[in-house]
Design a protein. Structure first.
Length: 197
């Protein structure tokens, strides 16, 4: 199966989330098409279709990001390039925290992930999941990537104030947006039949 991403973190995480599934990289020189869809689902499908067209293989692609209530759902589909096309994780997170501080609201946020699959028959499927939580005004933890150092998930319970970047990989995968979407994909393949997302 081809995983349509150039993000090494996503590749490693998806390999952990789909044990027993052989994920292959895109061919050398492949250029990802512009992610100009208006939703996570649309962008995931753009990437999966391109990977399928280039390789003829079963292809999956994900699009994910964070939505902040007080920012009207921003950065949303622009999460990876929130501070600019070439901005890295630190710049994106710094911009988001500045804007959330200025909004002075309740700091509610959610990670969202859509995984698109184009199967051997060319049929398209999309599996979408969320992880609800809140943003801190500080960064904590060295794990994870993206907005993880400031995101405290609800699923660990009200007494557990750890950020996603402070959780172990197994803890994060159990509750993350990508973990949940990947389990929905795994259920589709019969890998985790009956398991809850």
């Amino acid at each position: 199966m081809i995983l349509a991403t150039g993000n090494e973190h996503k590749l490693a995480e998806m390999e952990e989330l789909l044990p027993g599934v052989a994920l292959h990289r895109l061919p050398p020189g492949f250029e990802m098409p512009p992610e100009d869809g208006d939703s996570f689902e649309a962008n995931a499908l753009i990437k999966a279709r391109a990977a399928r067209a280039a390789t003829g293989e079963v292809a999956i692609a994900d699009d994910s990001g964070i939505e902040v209530d007080d920012l009207g759902g921003a950065p949303g589909i622009y999460s990876a390039r929130y501070a600019g096309v070439d901005a890295g994780d630190e710049a994106n997170l710094a911009k988001l925290l500045r804007e959330v501080d200025a909004a002075d609201g309740d700091r509610r946020a959610a990670y969202v992930c859509a995984i698109a699959l184009i199967d051997e028959d060319g049929v398209e499927h999309v599996f979408e999941a969320r992880c609800e939580g809140r943003l801190l005004d500080e960064r904590r933890g060295s794990g994870g990537f993206g907005y993880d150092p400031a995101f405290v998930p609800d699923d660990t319970g009200p007494e557990d104030g750890r950020t996603m970047a402070e959780l172990s990989a197994a803890e994060k995968n159990a509750i993350s947006h990508r973990g949940r979407a990947a389990r929905l994909l795994g259920r589709h393949f019969g890998l985790v039949a009956g398991a809850s997302p």
